[in-house]
Design a protein around this ligand. Structure first.
Ligand SMILES: NC(=O)c1ccc[n+]([C@@H]2O[C@H](COP(=O)([O-])OP(=O)(O)OC[C@H]3O[C@@H](n4cnc5c(N)ncnc54)[C@H](OP(=O)(O)O)[C@@H]3O)[C@@H](O)[C@H]2O)c1
Length: 430
């Protein structure tokens, strides 16, 4: 008789319960596909008495994550608690140290401690898998590690955070301001009570740093992601974006730059006719450009019970079939130290929105400052007077460097006739 894979589930929230439902509800199908039963032997969460809407009476309750990590009856521990440190970290580290495979949905953990944990896993030939941590139900880790293994990747572009994408899509559709749409998203359960990591780009940066490591063979460098959130986007920006032929998305981009790698998360003007521009609401998408395959595009639900649990179970199935992979595709011992490229030298087009006093000569002053930094203007729009007597001036530049734009903006904002804050959005070209 084939032996079952004995599973411990730590965390019984949205993802944990979703995973239990699939493992219990699709047990026969999964047994046939994996060649052995996938059996949930133990579970753990904070509150044993909580009604979780599923029958867990046949499953052993582990009183702590420490007990689960040491449980000799488990082959694999699934961490669905969350957080870069604390119990989630302790559980994953201890489970590996006690010879158990680990599956996790935790991007903060992998982005922060991934290399160290991968080293522990690889030393013992154990699996540390995290498909659910990036882009939810989209099998992007599997695609990079398996389907695209033959490729040298030159660029990854992702919409990796469903909450911010939902907010941007709703702002564009309803012409309502950021704060208003964020409150509604919280009321509807699309945004957390504390949405900071979603809207300031941190969540997307965690995910990007993981993809970068796999795709470019470098150690995970979350701190090296240059990150801007969506807080400064106004309904006006969507209107101007449409006039120029673009939509606004929070993109996460990793690419080869001058002297090394560049990782960015920032709001971006995306050409309206491209697939990325059509990714709306809570959906995620990833574009991977490889030297042999060219451009590939992946799209799907980036979060939620079903999609996330789907990715977790895929990792569990790999463990059941004995399909261990190096954690970041390149074995940890051969990962390169992260080489930081030159952010200032990166070139592209920029959209600038300025609020200026309605006085003669202001536009001439702005144009002069831009020209002094070699920034040439592709188009300029001036719209009607606002209630405070200001006019909105919108500029689209030709190709310029990050440094030239930053210097020019500093000069422009120092002018007496320019009101704060101005807005700069990078423009994606294809
Ligand atoms: N939700 C998504 O759509 C999604 C998508 C992709 C990745 N993820 C990741 O998946 C993980 C879980 O997310 P979630 O949305 O399922 O969170 P959640 O609904 O808040 O559930 C967290 C679970 O962890 C348990 N827990 C907290 N501290 C614990 C501890 N010290 N020991 C044992 N259990 C503990 C909680 O117990 P109680 O229930 O008793 O309080 C709860 O069951 C996170 O890393 C998240 O980033 C989530």
């Amino acid at each position: 008789m084939t032996t079952s894979l004995r599973i411990g589930l730590a965390g019984l929230g949205t993802v944990g319960i979703g995973t239990y439902k699939i493992l219990a509800g699709q047990a026969d199908m999964l047994r046939d596909r994996c060649g052995r039963p996938l059996e949930v032997v133990a579970v753990s969460a904070r509150d044993k008495s909580k009604d979780r809407g599923v029958d867990l009476s046949d499953v052993r309750w582990a009183d702590s994550v420490h007990a689960m990590a040491r449980d000799p009856d488990l082959d694999v521990v699934v961490e669905m608690i969350g957080g870069a440190d604390g119990d989630a970290y302790d559980l994953v580290r201890d489970a590996l140290d006690h010879g158990k495979h680990v599956v996790t949905a935790n991007k903060a953990l992998i982005a922060t401690h991934g290399v160290e944990l991968a080293r522990r896993a690889e030393e013992k030939s154990l699996t540390l898998a995290y498909e659910a941590a990036v882009a939810g139900g989209i099998p992007i880790i599997k695609s990079l590690r398996e389907g695209l293994v033959a490729n040298k990747v030159s660029r990854i572009i992702g919409i990796l955070n469903g909450t911010s994408n939902y907010i941007l899509t709703t702002m564009e559709e309803t012409k309502r301001p950021f704060e208003d749409v964020l409150s509604e998203a919280q009321a509807l359960g699309y945004a957390e009570a504390d949405p900071t990591f979603d809207i300031d780009g941190t969540d997307a940066a965690h995910k990007l740093s993981i993809l970068t490591s796999i795709a470019f063979g470098a150690e995970v460098a979350f701190d090296a992601v240059r990150c801007e959130g969506i807080e400064q986007i106004s309904p006006l920006d969507f209107q101007y974006a449409a006039e120029f032929g673009y939509r606004i998305k929070l993109l996460a981009i990793a690419e080869e730059g001058e002297g090394g790698l560049l990782q960015f998360v920032h709001p971006t003007f995306v050409p309206a006719e491209t697939p990325m521009a059509d990714i709306d609401g809570v959906y995620n998408a990833v574009v991977v450009e490889g030297d042999a395959v060219g451009r590939t595009v992946y799209e799907g639900r980036g979060a939620g019970e079903g999609p996330t649990a789907s990715a977790i179970v895929a990792d569990i199935a790999d463990v059941a079939r004995g399909q261990a992979q190096p954690v970041f595709l390149t074995p940890v011992a051969k990962l390169q130290p992260y080489r930081q490229g030159d952010f200032d030298a990166r070139r592209g087009k920029f959209y600038l929105r300025l609020s200026v006093k309605d006085r003669p000569g202001v536009i001439a002053q702005i144009s002069r400052i831009l020209a002094d930094r070699d920034v040439s203007i592709e188009s300029i729009l001036q719209k009607g007077t606002e209630a405070d007597g200001a006019v909105v001036v919108v500029l689209m530049t030709h190709q310029s460097s990050e440094k030239a734009i930053a210097d020019a903006l500093a000069g422009i904002e120092a002018l007496d006739d320019v009101m704060q804050p101005s807005c700069r959005i990078r423009v994606m070209e294809l």
